[in-house]
Design a protein around this ligand. Structure first.
Ligand code: TYD
Ligand code: MG
Length: 450
């Protein structure tokens, strides 16, 4: 590769021609011919920038632009960053292409140029998805193929602000003998694309399928190469999708974006607590609500249960969104400590939307939903609950409660049961510390007589 012959006098950023503004440090009219390329007697490969005192290196202001979605921006840490690479991983079919095609269109509508490079689908297929999500911007360009050098030429020709590669498993460079999707190809292509983003002015988004066990060329092998890693999760039957940030050089990790898959693409879920609450006005038996931490966010989630006398053999136990082993423990606690004879019942538990509750603080809601279904006595609709349940039926403290109390109050709940001693009363909500499952069960309403 011929060495670029111009360099920024401020930061040493090199370019093949004299640029008006340095893309790395943002200074104007700062390009001079790069007179003395460093020699490379040891054959290490030529360093991109000459060594200089750290104190003289100007800080480059990171240049961000919005993805057009509040939820995606939140997980990105405020938007796409020029010169950086983000990897978006997820199972096939979860909605990665949809998410990025929508973002690509919004960036283009805001005046940016976007290149959507795909080896997954034909341009006609991308156009079909584009029609569904209303992508019509003339600055959204799509190129298909599997050759990385071919894509590099497109990037050079259009000088985009955002480049999407869908997917990293379908591109290849001719120098590497193995097939696209192999570990060697995926690594080499990702390394080159990331390096090109670093020297260029565009933000790069790589899509990566989470591959099945046994295949190693999935997104995990690329996490160290890129600046940010986001995983899109959700299952095919439920409409909601969670986008989790697991690494972010430019923002905090643990951020979660929440979307709903609609007929017109992914829509931001602006008020997740409302989304994960079922909309029944009257209290029904078998429902309890808990404020759960999903990533860094507190979300109120409905836990629903159904019990029915088991016909024969081992009773069935099915859990969606709740750990099955945890459910078995809670059923044993209800049987032994609260005297509810659930051992002969089929028990089904599900969270609204199928959202996964991973914290022990969901125990109390699960136990109350099951007890409520079994006794056919509704749990008050104006009361939320949070607490871990010990094997003795005691309610144990579990993590900070203040945020949970606040979210319940914000959504209009009048009361919340928490592990003793509990936080001080929140504004506009009664905080009730409970010590045992029995105490919580006393709150069940009387059986309906209709
Ligand atoms: P896709 O983005 O192709 O998933 P991935 O790139 O992760 O493999 O989207 C997958 C599913 O989303 C597909 O089964 C259809 C559904 N979908 C909608 O429900 N609404 C839409 O507007 C679009 C574009 C897709
Ligand atoms: Mg796809």
């Amino acid at each position: 590769m011929p060495r670029p012959s111009f360099a920024c006098v401020h930061c040493g950023h090199s370019a093949p021609k004299r640029l008006g503004r340095c893309p790395a440090c943002g200074e104007w009219n700062c390009f001079e011919p790069d007179a003395a390329p460093p020699s490379d007697p040891a054959g290490w490969g030529v360093a991109r920038e000459r060594a200089r005192p750290l104190a003289e290196v100007p800080q480059s202001a990171e240049e961000r632009f919005s993805s057009g979605s509040l939820e995606l921006d939140r997980v990105l840490g405020g938007g796409f960053v020029r010169g950086s690479a983000v990897l978006v991983g997820g199972d096939p079919g979860v909605g990665k292409s949809t998410l990025l095609l929508q973002a690509a269109n919004r960036v283009a509508e805001a005046g940016g140029t976007v290149l959507y490079l795909t080896g997954e689908e034909s341009a006609a297929q991308v156009a079909m998805r584009g029609r569904r999500v209303g992508a019509r911007s003339p600055r959204l360009l799509v190129a298909t193929g599997t050759s990385l050098p071919g894509f590099a030429a497109e990037v050079a020709a259009h000088g985009p602000d955002l480049v999407v590669v869908d997917s990293i498993q379908t591109v290849a460079v001719p120098e590497v003998p193995s097939i696209p999707g192999s570990l060697a190809q995926v690594r080499e292509c990702a390394a080159r694309l990331t390096a090109a983003a670093k020297t260029g002015r565009h933000a790069l988004a790589l899509i990566g399928h989470v591959t099945k066990e046994g295949s190693v060329a999935g997104p995990r092998t690329l996490e160290h190469l890129v600046d940010a890693v986001l995983y899109l999760e959700g299952d095919r039957v439920q409409d909601y999708r969670l986008l989790r940030g697991v690494k972010n050089r430019f923002g905090s990790t643990g951020e979660v974006g929440i979307f709903e898959m609609t007929a017109g693409g992914l829509a931001d879920v602006g008020n997740p607590s409302r989304y994960f609450l079922s909309r029944t006005a009257n209290a029904l038996p078998g429902v309890a609500v808990t404020p759960a931490l999903v990533g860094t966010r507190t979300i109120l989630v409905d836990v629903q249960a159904l019990t029915a006398r088991s016909g024969f053999g081992t009773p069935a136990r099915r859990a969606t969104g709740v750990d099955a082993t945890r459910l078995a423990v809670l059923l044993a606690v209800l049987e032994k400590r609260a005297g509810l004879h659930v051992s002969g019942e089929d028990v089904f538990v599900a969270t609204a939307g199928g959202v996964r509750l991973e914290e022990p603080s969901a125990d109390l809601a699960v136990a109350l939903a099951v007890a409520s279904a079994f006794l056919d006595r509704p749990f008050p609709r104006d009361t939320a609950v949070a607490g871990e349940i010990g094997l003795g039926g005691e309610i144990r403290p579990c993590g900070p409660m203040e945020g949970r109390v606040e979210e319940a109050a914000r959504l209009g709940f009048r009361r919340i049961l928490v592990p003793a001693p509990g936080p001080r009363a929140g504004s506009g909500i009664e905080v009730v510390p409970v010590a045992t499952v029995d105490e919580a069960l006393e709150r069940l309403e009387p059986r309906r007589t209709e």
